[in-house]
Ligand binder design. Structure first.
Ligand code: TXE
Length: 500
C-alpha cells in the first residue's frame, strides 16, 4: 500500500470552514475492487448541519449576487486554472477516486480535467448573458423599452450521484455560480471523498458561504435539503424513484427542480454504417466506459439485419479486448462496478437472460482471477445476442457491463424500437448519410442524439443535456443549462426612458 493510501476522514464545509458533523458522525468507504479494504471515512452530516449549510449559503447570497457577472466570470476562470495546477495533488485525488469508486485511473483523471473545462465553459456563457442583457431581447412593442435581466434565484441544492461525480458536478456547479447563486452540494454517499476534497479546493477560492458541501445518508438528510424553505432551486441527478420523491418534497415550497434520471439509450446501426475496429472500439467505450455506469451510455444496440453478424463479431471482439481488474493498474480498461446493489442489478439481468434461454457471452480478459473472484464487484462485459424485447436487460437501465444486441429491418421499426422505452435521455445513429441521420434523430424521443458516436467521449458540452419522458425535467450544460439557474426578470419603462 502506497503512503498515498492512508485512511483519511473528509469533513463537511460550511460558511468557509471545514468541520465535522454536529454529532461527530462519520461513515466508512471501502474499495469496490476489494470490499474489505477501508479507503476512508466521510462525514455523516445531520439535519442541523444541513440547516447550517443552507443558512450559510443564504447569508452569502446577496453579496455574491451583487458582485455581478464580470467578477464571477473572473473567479470561475481562476478556479479552472487552480484545478489543473497541482499535478501531485491531481494524482493523489485521482488515486483516491479510483479506490473509493472503482473506475479506472484514466477515467478519474478525465473527470477531474472536465470540472475545470466546465468552469471555463460556464465563464464563457456568463459573458454571453452579459451581452444578451445589454443587447436585447428587443423592446416589446413600440410603446415600451424593456430589458430582460437574468437574476440568480438564491440557494441552489446540487445533488450529485456516485457514477460520474465530478463530471456531473461540472454540469451544475459552475453554471449555478456564474449566474450568482450560492450552493449546497451533496455528493453521493458511496463516492464522496475525492468530490469533497475537490469541492473544498473550489470553495476556498470563493467568498465564505458561496459553496457549502455536505455528505451523509440521503435517507436522513436528503429531505432536509430539498425541502428546506430557503432553497430556491434543486438540481438532482439520480434514479427515477428518488427523482420523483425529490420533486414531491420540493413541491411543498414550489421550489423549481431540474431532474436528470438516467436512460436506456438506443443505438441504431443503419445498413450503410462505416464499421471497422476503430468504430467498434468507440462503441465499446460508448457502452462500457465506467463499467457501463453512465447515464448517457449506449444501453440497447439495434442493428440493421444486413449488418448484424458483422456488428456482433466486431463488437464482441472489442469487448474481448477489455481487461477487467483493479482500476489502479494501467493495463486495466474496466474496473469493478461501484457497489454491491448495482452489481446485483446487472448480474440478475444476465441470469434472467440465461434462464430464459438467451444467447449470452461474457467477454474480456481477467489477468488476476484471484482478485476477480475475491468478493469485489466485478462483472466482465456481457453481451446478450438477439435479445428478446421482454428481457429486463432490454427494458430497464442496466447501468453496468451488460448489453443486448438486436436486429431491425426497416427505419420505421428502428425508430419505434428506440422509442419503446420509459426513458428518453440519449440515442445514437450510425450511418454515412448525414441527412438521413438528422431526419431519424428528430423522430427519436431523446434529449441528445449522437451521430457515429455515443456517450461521454462523443459529448459536446455546448449541447443542452437532459431527457424526455422519465429521463427527467429540464437541462444541464450548454447555454440553456446556465440560464436554468437564473430567473428572467423583465424591466420595462415607457419608450425613450431606457433606449434613446
Ligand atoms: O440512485 P439514487 P442509486 C440509476 C441507475 C441505478 C439506479 C439506482 O439505473 O441503477 O439509478 O442507483 C441521492 N433526497 N442512476 O440507488 O438512490 C443519493 O445520495 C435527496 C442513474 O444509487 O437515486 C445520490 O447522491 N437526495 C443516474 C443520488 O441521489 C437523495 C445516476 C442518486 O441516488 C435522496 C445514479 C433523497 N431522498 C443512478 N435519496 C443518472 N441519472 O445517471 C437519494 N439521494
Amino acid at each position: 500500500m502506497s503512503n498515498m493510501d492512508q485512511v483519511i476522514t473528509t469533513d463537511i464545509y460550511i460558511g468557509g470552514d471545514r468541520r465535522p458533523a454536529s454529532d461527530g458522525g462519520t461513515y466508512d468507504l471501502y474499495n469496490p475492487a476489494r470490499p474489505s479494504e477501508l479507503v476512508g471515512h466521510a462525514t455523516a452530516a445531520t439535519r442541523a448541519d444541513i440547516d447550517d449549510a443552507v443558512k450559510a449559503a443564504h447569508a452569502a447570497f446577496p453579496a455574491w449576487a451583487e458582485m455581478g457577472y464580470q467578477a464571477r466570470i473572473d473567479l470561475m476562470r481562476q478556479v479552472a486554472e487552480m484545478l489543473g495546477a497541482n499535478e501531485e495533488d491531481i494524482k493523489y485525488r485521482s488515486r483516491l477516486f479510483t479506490r473509493e469508486h472503482g473506475k479506472i485511473a484514466r477515467e478519474t483523471l478525465m473527470e477531474m480535467s472536465r470540472v475545470g473545462d466546465r468552469f471555463r465553459q460556464a465563464a464563457a456563457y456568463g459573458e454571453r448573458i452579459m451581452v444578451d442583457e445589454v443587447m436585447g431581447p428587443a423592446p416589446v412593442g413600440p410603446q415600451f423599452d424593456t430589458i430582460v435581466t437574468r437574476q440568480p434565484r438564491g440557494v441552489a441544492a446540487l445533488i450529485v450521484p456516485w457514477n460520474w461525480p465530478l463530471s456531473i458536478l461540472g454540469a451544475k456547479l459552475p453554471q449555478a455560480l456564474v449566474t450568482g447563486n450560492t450552493v449546497v452540494v451533496k455528493p453521493a454517499e458511496n463516492s464522496a471523498m475525492a468530490p469533497v476534497l475537490t469541492l473544498q479546493m473550489i470553495a476556498k477560492m470563493l467568498p465564505p458561504g458561496v459553496v457549502n458541501v455536505v455528505t451523509g445518508s440521503s435517507r436522513s438528510i436528503g429531505d432536509a435539503l430539498t425541502g428546506h424553505p430557503l432553497v430556491r432551486n434543486v438540481n438532482f441527478t439520480g434514479s427515477v424513484p428518488v427523482g420523483r420523491h425529490v420533486m414531491k418534497v420540493a413541491a411543498e415550497n414550489l421550489t423549481p427542480v431540474t431532474l436528470e434520471l438516467g436512460g436506456n439509450d438506443a443505438a441504431l446501426v443503419l445498413e450503410d454504417a462505416a464499421l471497422n475496429d476503430e468504430v467498434f472500439n468507440k462503441m465499446y467505450w460508448g457502452a462500457f466506459g465506467s463499467s457501463g455506469q453512465i447515464c448517457m451510455a449506449m444501453k440497447r444496440l439495434y442493428v440493421h439485419e444486413s449488418r448484424y453478424d458483422e456488428v456482433v463479431d466486431g463488437f464482441t471482439a472489442a469487448c474481448e479486448r477489455a481487461v477487467v481488474g483493479d482500476g489502479l493498474l494501467p493495463e486495466t480498461t474496466m474496473g469493478p462496478v461501484n457497489n454491491a446493489k448495482q452489481l446485483r442489478v446487472v448480474t440478475d439481468m444476465i441470469a434472467e437472460a440465461r434462464a430464459k434461454g438467451a444467447d449470452v457471452r461474457e467477454c474480456g480478459q481477467v489477468p488476476d482471477e484471484e482478485l476477480y473472484n475475491g468478493g469485489g464487484y466485478f462483472q466482465r462485459p456481457a453481451l446478450v445476442y438477439n435479445a428478446d424485447p421482454s428481457l429486463s436487460v432490454v427494458r430497464e437501465e442496466q447501468f453496468g457491463p451488460a448489453m443486448p444486441i438486436m436486429k431491425f429491418s426497416t427505419e420505421a421499426e428502428a425508430i419505434a424500437l428506440a422509442n419503446d422505452s420509459e426513458f428518453g435521455l440519449c440515442s445514437s445513429v450510425w450511418t454515412e448519410d448525414a441527412e438521413r441521420a438528422v431526419g431519424i434523430a428528430k423522430k427519436l424521443e431523446a434529449g441528445y442524439t449522437y451521430l457515429n458516436g455515443h456517450g461521454p467521449m462523443a459529448q459536446d458540452g455546448r449541447g443542452p443535456f437532459g431527457g424526455f419522458k422519465n429521463s427527467g425535467i429540464g437541462r444541464n450544460m450548454g447555454y440553456d443549462g446556465v440560464l436554468a439557474f437564473a430567473e428572467p426578470h423583465s424591466i420595462s419603462a415607457p419608450a425613450g426612458f431606457l433606449v434613446d
